[in-house]
Ligand binder design. Structure first.
Ligand SMILES: *Cc1c(COP(=O)(O)O)cnc(C)c1O
Length: 402
């Protein structure tokens, strides 16, 4: 007999994975179990604490190696990285930039920083990210090509870039999107803020767009306290990224000469030192993440009315934040589940409010958003810190914060 969703059973499933010893379980907390202290101490001991130093250089090299791109430029946060990415992509004031309606607000904010207009796109059920096939149908209706550029017939504005976001670490279907970009002369910029360690068809996310953004905020899979990076395979864009993020200062032994309006977006050496130590641990973090996701997947199989979201077939995901997807018929139980879990010390949270429902973006252009609207009512993130489950021995393991 079908009994439907039972919130107590769902909490029991969470407890089966997370154990019962901890009173409070965060959604995602940072773990510093490598050389973070040693590297930061060296910064303080030597005085190299600010925007010049060997850890910044090393972090950029290590990131480029890890993701397979030609250039990585470390910056103060992921939002700043996105802002500069869009400038490097050639986004001009009054352009439209295609972004998912279901994303963290930074994706859309960065478009506004360029005095451009976010144009919101629906998501795909199987990736939780921008749907390239529905976008293709939509662009066929609204776009006219002029001199190799896409113009929105309804608004009279140019559409210059698209920013797919790899939701909770699960890659968007990038090949059909890249094809669309070629056809319409639209620049592909990846918001890979959540997907360090995630691969699309064997190639790292952030290594598909002309430029891409990473984030190392405190809640991401790898943290530098605050931080971000710009990735590109174009050495000239890499050079411009570094120039723009370091006040556009022309190299000179003593003179202050700046050749454009640049930004003070450079990552300080102290933060990069933490990043270098974190990056050494990333393979272990990823193993634990995947083991935790597998465990959640197993226990939630026997809970009716929801499932754990699994990586798309073409992807290897970092499982940054595990997400439960409620069946449509049980969506009205989600609010109660959020309350029950948070009351019991297990932090859970719903998806972001859709960008089109935020006051500053409510008048922006958008396609029909049935999938995003459906997903928002049905998604719940559950605890996903890398210390919640050890890949090696399969034993729940708690430390820190107690
Ligand atoms: C974290 C994040 C960013 C950037 O965030 P910062 O806090 O500025 O580093 C951008 N986009 C998405 C989707 C994010 O999750």
């Amino acid at each position: 007999m079908k009994t439907g969703f039972d919130a107590d059973k769902a909490v029991d499933a969470l407890r089966a994975v997370l154990g019962t010893t901890r009173e409070q379980i965060a959604l995602h907390e940072p773990i510093f179990s490598g050389k973070e202290w040693a590297f930061v101490k060296e910064c303080l001991d030597t005085g190299w604490v600010s925007s010049v130093g060997k850890y910044v250089d090393r972090f950029e090299r290590d990131l480029a190696d890890y993701t397979g791109v030609a250039c990585a430029v470390a910056v103060v946060n992921g939002t700043a990285a996105l802002h500069v990415c869009l400038q490097l992509a050639g986004v001009r004031p009054q352009d439209e930039v295609l972004v998912p309606a279901l994303t963290f607000v930074a994706t859309a904010n960065a478009v506004r920083y360029c005095n451009a207009i976010p144009h919101f796109v629906d998501s795909n059920e199987d990736t939780l990210g921008l749907d390239p096939f529905r976008l293709a149908d939509y662009l066929r209706d609204v776009v006219e090509m002029r001199n190799g550029e896409a113009w929105n017939l309804r608004s009279g504005r140019r559409i210059s870039a698209v920013v797919p976001m790899h939701t909770f670490g699960h890659p968007v279907d990038l090949d059909p999107l890249a094809e669309l970009c070629n056809r319409y002369g639209i620049v592909l910029v990846e918001d890979a803020a959540e997907s360090l360690g995630s691969y699309y068809k064997g190639r790292h996310t952030g290594n598909h767009g002309r430029v891409s953004a990473l984030s190392f905020n405190g809640n991401k899979i790898l943290t530098t306290g605050g931080g971000g990076a710009i990735l590109t395979n174009d050495p000239e864009l890499g050079r411009q990224a570094k120039h723009l993020t370091t006040t556009a200062k022309v190299p000179h032994a003593w003179a202050f000469i700046h050749d454009q309006t640049g930004y003070n977006y450079r990552m300080p050496n102290i933060n990069a030192a933490v990043g270098c130590a974190q990056l050494e641990q990333l393979p272990g973090f990823l193993n634990n993440k995947r083991a935790l996701a597998e465990r959640y997947h197993q226990v939630f199989k026997s809970v009716e009315g929801l499932r754990l979201f699994l990586e798309p077939e073409f992807a290897k995901s970092n499982y940054w934040l595990n997400v439960l997807v409620f069946d449509d018929s049980c969506a009205d139980r989600l609010e109660g589940f959020l309350k029950l879990t948070n009351d019991r010390g297990i932090m859970t949270r719903p998806a972001w409010t859709l960008m089109t429902d935020l006051p500053m973006f409510k008048d922006c252009p958008h396609m029909d958003l049935p999938v995003s609207q459906g997903l928002v009512r049905r998604l719940v993130n559950i605890p996903s810190s890398v210390n919640l489950y050890q890949a090696s021995n399969g034993i729940s393991h708690h430390r820190g914060g107690e």
